[in-house]
Design a protein around this ligand. Sequence first.
Ligand SMILES: Cc1cc2nc3c(=O)[nH]c(=O)nc-3n(C[C@H](O)[C@H](O)[C@H](O)COP(=O)(O)OP(=O)(O)OC[C@H]3O[C@@H](n4cnc5c(N)ncnc54)[C@H](O)[C@@H]3O)c2cc1C
Ligand SMILES: NC(=O)c1ccc[n+]([C@@H]2O[C@H](COP(=O)([O-])OP(=O)(O)OC[C@H]3O[C@@H](n4cnc5c(N)ncnc54)[C@H](O)[C@@H]3O)[C@@H](O)[C@H]2O)c1
Length: 463
Amino acid sequence: MRQDFDAIIIGAGQAGPSLAGRLTQAGWTVAMVERKLFGGTCVNVGCTPTKAMVASAHAAHIARRGSDFGVVRKEPVVVDMKQVLARKNAIVMKSRTGVEGWLRGMERCTVFTGAARFESPKEIRVGDQVLYAKNIFLNVGARPSIPDMPGVREVPFLTSTTILDLEELPKHLIVVGGSYVGLEFAQMYRRFGAEVTVVERKSRLIPNEDEDLSSAVQEILQSEGIQLRLDANCIRLENDGGEVAVGLDCLEGHPQVVGSRILLAAGRRPNTDDLGLTAAGVKANEHGYITVDDQLQTSVPGIWAIGDCNGRGAFTHTSYNDFEIVADNLLDKASRRVSDRIPVSALYIDPPLAQVGLTETQVRQSGRAALIGTRPMTKIGRAVEKGETQGFMKVLVDAENKKILGAAILGTGGDEAIHCILSTMYAGAPYTTLSHAVHIHPTVSELIPTMLQSIKPLDTSVK
Ligand SMILES: Cc1cc2nc3c(=O)[nH]c(=O)nc-3n(C[C@H](O)[C@H](O)[C@H](O)COP(=O)(O)OP(=O)(O)OC[C@H]3O[C@@H](n4cnc5c(N)ncnc54)[C@H](O)[C@@H]3O)c2cc1C
Ligand SMILES: NC(=O)c1ccc[n+]([C@@H]2O[C@H](COP(=O)([O-])OP(=O)(O)OC[C@H]3O[C@@H](n4cnc5c(N)ncnc54)[C@H](O)[C@@H]3O)[C@@H](O)[C@H]2O)c1
């Protein structure tokens, strides 16, 4: 028998549960469908577990550096992976059960567990049940993509999901992919005590970021003993006796890296292939990302796509912002748009790399007249006092209207400090609002006004 609701939400990730909360508060009846773990990627196999493990890795790193701070250590640092995992699991479980309990206790919300699939533009099948609603919200997220490289069907490999359950420390972890997922795990496992090699097919790590940031990140990772194989072509997985290996053609170095485990960290793909999109007439692009307009409506009226599956963001904060846009537009008659969002993100290596707005490369390519300011972390008192002076910060300003175009902070506390720049940008204020503001001493943020006071013309002839 068909069950009718005002709305069906597919996926209890970073947007779905909050949307269920807003809609039910407004009096709507909601069917929430989740096929696996409540809280989705971020809570279960993304942000929460990785940042919990990054914290364990940081503790090991600081313990090893004890003598830099006058702390005497008589024994070598030993990391107990079982305890690291137990701590991580406890944090994850609390969050997951919190989301599930919230949804199950929500008035006017009915939770269905199982895989949802379109039967028609207004009907969804979950097992042997058919749900009907005039409004359907897709929050189905993404999963690790497995590149179709030679050997991938014969050689065992880990993904960002399966590595989270690895109880033993691999002697040598080979990470394929040198971006967000790959670098967070690479540094974490190096600090846990593994040998680590990162294999990246482009000529530099985090290839989408500015070159100076790539070089500085590379230097930080190499200083901890992480091996890099860049410009790696023809990557293939191989069994090598009891070991695993990655074969590659790099511009230099041995054509094979032998290790004990391989982590594939080469991007993600949306969970849209088994949703039955064609039964509803919902359009997706060639990579499976659902096509949406600036207010997250799909090609079919009454169906929205929010979070990673629409390809307009790939972060928890962008998924949550999608929820806010859709909810405010539907319930408060607002006209919020995705294009109002200022890009912002942090790569959680240590120290973190936080970025907002345009990169320096994008500013150069835009051809507009701009100003740039930079500051090494060695010149920031707080960083010196903490003994964490790696990295630098930079900011770009529009030379005509004096508004901040973008900024990056690679350094201790950068993920927090970037927010004063972000808020100034949202306020639409000129950079002088921030450069005249008095900040707390001693903080990393206090050097942002100082950096802004010394901005100089950017040479845009260099693209
Ligand atoms: C290792 C790693 C670390 C990360 N760290 C960060 C970080 O530090 N900061 C950050 O901002 N982002 C981080 N991310 C990205 C972040 O996790 C995602 O951007 C975010 O979770 C996307 O949320 P979402 O709501 O779009 O989808 P998801 O959280 O992926 O949720 C989608 C849900 O839909 C369910 N689902 C899918 N298909 C169906 C179906 N047919 N029927 C029913 N249910 C279905 C899934 O089971 C899942 O629960 C990380 C990602 C990874 C992999
Ligand atoms: N701190 C965070 O916010 C955080 C952390 C982890 C993941 N994430 C999200 O997850 C997304 C996915 O991260 P990701 O690092 O898996 O993907 P990505 O797309 O950001 O990077 C993939 C990397 O792998 C390389 N690559 C691709 N195919 C390859 C191949 N065959 N051989 C060698 N290298 C190859 C690419 O050049 C690139 O450097 C990110 O875009 C981000 O949005 C966010």
